[in-house]
Write a protein that binds this ligand. Structure first.
Ligand SMILES: [Zn+2]
Length: 152
């Protein structure tokens, strides 16, 4: 698992698309055990005024309704350490592995995922860090709102 992984590249493309839309630059891609992309998406909080469409939630939503078996052995690629909402969604659907871009900007539910048997891999992407540093320095209030903080 590395940054060159097609699933990770798809998540990164989604993050960049989010940045182009003026949104929070976090992308995700859900890939099944055979390497097939089930869904992909990016954070739509600002674009849609959404309380729940983080990158991972957008990817799950774009995958649509699936039987439980479809998630077996699947990997959620995400450009940023998943928050507790997205961690919970990955646990609900029993995603097998989470590959994340970085956790310096934000550290989410990685320990919780591991405690439930989910494999967690941090690829340490400088590009993901840069995307988030740029956004959070230009729009600190929007970033704080995304992670449920009041920004003081
Ligand atoms: Zn999230």
């Amino acid at each position: 698992m590395s940054e060159s992984d097609p699933g990770f590249q798809a998540a990164l493309e989604e993050a960049k698309q989010g940045a182009r839309e003026g949104g929070i630059p976090i992308g995700a891609c859900l890939v099944d055990k055979n390497g097939k992309v089930l869904g992909r998406g990016h954070n739509m909080r600002l674009q849609k005024g959404s309380a729940i469409l983080h990158g991972e939630m957008s990817a799950l939503e774009s995958a649509g309704r699936l039987p439980a078996s479809a998630y077996k052995g699947s990997t959620m690629y995400t450009t940023l350490s998943p928050c507790l909402m997205c961690t919970g969604a990955c646990l609900l659907y029993e995603v097998s592995r989470v590959v994340l871009g970085e956790n310096k900007t934000f550290l989410g539910g990685e320990d919780l995922l591991r405690s439930k048997g989910v494999e967690v891999i941090n690829v340490g992407s400088k590009e993901c860090e840069r995307l988030m540093q740029t956004f959070s320095s230009e729009h600190p209030e929007d970033w704080n709102e995304d992670i449920g903080e009041d920004g003081k």
